[in-house]
Ligand binder design. Structure first.
Ligand code: NAD
Length: 510
């Protein structure tokens, strides 16, 4: 594998693990970034310590005090140039995402495109951080709502979107006037270093590089420090439900804000009247894409009884043609899982599925593509005929396992779909407008994303992204998600010469 693109991104054999405007010579535990496709070390680094973390926070705070005073459209101009810099490095960044996370190159490039798209979105937003003009009940009074920067934001990200989740947060948060400190997943530190370099090179011109602080380290040393740090008014955390519960509790205890993007368990309902060609394509992309390691991955298919057998047969034959192998090679449709723990997690889930009465229709084991990839974390995409009473189908196994279950009608589909702890993404395939509208109505899907004739994964950045229940309730990316990164101020100005009180209260006499 030719790794010249690493040089273009400034990745060395040994790398520093923290950035406070300069790269710090971190001295913590040595950490290796391992390619999931072949088990080889891509490069190494040393974790940042608590003292490194303090430096990163102090530098970010100082940069924030200057950045917040800049007019928002000027902040947008920096973000516009960060977007251009990401465009220039798109190819190399996409390859690194693919190499380090194991997703196929097309998805790696797509992830970088998502970073570029959100930068573009943020540039426009920098001229649209609108407040409200509110009509005062008092004469000669003006009342407004004004949005101000929040401060230094803590961003914790998961391995499966090693670049985009940071960009969703950072691009918006920068135009809102904030500094950020990023703690990436320990499994994908090189992508974090490369993305930070791209943004910092643009910001450094005017001493603003510390706005994109980076601290790579383990949870007990730097994860906890961030979560418990009162100087960080908002912690935006993406990852498992288990992590979200801990973070929410700790941030809540210090009365900070948290923005949580946690696990999912997405279902696609396919009704008897569906366009099955479209449904099959959407299900295969949703379930097999990123080897089932997306928060929005399709994990459950709820198929109406009239089409379930045909749908099942078509899915099984589509699965048999999925090319599994080197994520960077052309033609590969599915790469490896992130590590051996993930492989073990999948094998455990398969054993449980059988115990609970599930029938494996295809896949069901590890996969060996041969050669140096024999050391990689490859598995077979798997379809299991299941039933809604199985406990396992309510859990998120972060692997390419798809449960197919029969349902009688749209009512039962909605009930079964919603009967899980998570509430991220959902979809229905139907040609019946009544069923489609029912699905997205108040008595339909309880998820943050509800689609008709589109799969569950691959959201556009223009909409608000996030989910309900155990998924955490956060919203990122488009729409008015920017409000999470700002503080709201209600301001009343009296331009008259009297001092009337609200609600007509008379206090004392003239
Ligand atoms: P993870 O929870 O293991 O780790 C995520 C991040 O949280 C890492 O940076 C990790 O170091 C950090 N972390 C873990 N415990 C922490 C603690 N106590 N304090 C502070 N930081 C802590 O998740 P993962 O395996 O990297 O990612 C997979 C999970 O992420 C899946 O559940 C997936 O659904 C979810 N995810 C959700 C979204 C979304 O937008 N809803 C997006 C991507 C991934």
């Amino acid at each position: 594998m030719n790794l010249d693109f690493l040089k273009e991104l400034g990745i060395e054999a040994k790398n520093p693990g923290a950035f406070d405007g300069s790269w710090l010579q971190t001295t913590g535990e040595e950490c290796h970034s391992i390619a999931p496709a072949n088990g080889k070390t891509i490069a190494s680094l040393r974790y940042g310590s608590r003292a490194d973390y303090e430096r990163v926070v102090a530098a970010a705070q100082e940069a924030f005090s200057r950045w917040r005073a800049l007019p928002a459209p000027q902040r947008g101009e920096y973000v516009r140039r960060i977007g251009l810099a990401m465009r220039e490095k798109k190819d190399a960044l996409g390859k690194l995402v693919s190499l380090e996370s194991g997703k196929i190159l097309q998805e790696g490039l797509g992830e970088v495109q998502e970073c570029i798209d959100i930068a573009d979105f943020a540039v426009g937003l920098s001229r649209q951080l609108y407040g409200l003009d509110i009509k005062s009940e008092r004469p000669m009074h003006s009342m407004r709502e004004i949005w101000h920067p929040l401060g230094t934001i803590g961003v914790i990200t998961a391995f499966n979107f090693p670049a985009a989740v940071w960009a969703w947060n950072a691009m918006l948060s920068l135009v809102c006037g904030n500094a950020q400190i990023w703690k990436p997943s320990e499994k994908t530190p090189l992508t974090a270093i490369a993305m930070t370099k791209v943004a910092a090179d643009v910001l450094a011109e005017d001493g603003f590089a510390p706005l994109v602080g980076l601290i790579i380290g383990d949870v007990s040393e730097v994860g906890n420090a961030m979560v418990e740090d009162k100087r960080l008014p908002l912690i935006s955390a993406t990852g498992s439900v288990r992590m979200g519960r801990i973070v929410a509790e700790k941030v809540g205890k210090r009365l900070g804000r948290s923005l949580l993007e946690l696990g999912g368990n997405s279902a696609i309902t396919v009704l008897d009247d569906a366009d099955l060609d479209m449904a099959v394509r959407a299900i295969v992309f949703g379930a097999v894409g990123t080897a089932g390691q997306r928060c929005t991955s399709t994990r459950r298919v709820l198929a109406q009884r009239g089409i379930i057998d045909e749908l099942q047969n078509r899915l099984v034959s589509a699965y048999k043609s999925v090319v599994i192998g080197d994520p960077l090679a052309e033609g590969t449709l599915m790469g490896p899982l992130i590590d051996q723990d993930a492989v073990q997690g999948m094998m455990q889930a398969l054993a449980t599925a059988k115990e609970e009465g599930g029938e494996i229709l295809c896949g069901g084991g590890k996969h060996d593509p041969g050669g140096e990839l024999s050391a990689g974390n490859f598995v077979q995409p798997t379809i299991i005929r299941a039933h809604p009473e199985m406990k396992l189908v309510k859990e998120e196994t972060f692997a390419p396992i798809l449960y197919i279950m029969p349902i009688d009608d749209i009512e039962q589909a909605i009930q079964v779909q919603n009967d899980v702890p998570q509430g991220l993404s959902s979809a229905v395939f139907t040609m019946n407008i009544r069923h489609g509208e029912r699905f997205v109505s108040a008595v339909g899907s309880d998820c943050g994303i509800a689609n008709v004739n589109i799969g569950t994964s691959g959201a556009e950045i223009g909409g608000a992204f996030g989910g309900e229940k155990d998924t955490g309730g956060g919203r990122e990316s488009g729409s008015d998600s920017w409000k999470a990164y700002m503080r709201r101020q209600t301001s009343t100005v009296n331009w008259g010469s009297e001092l009337p009180l609200a609600q007509g209260i008379q206090f004392g006499s003239d």
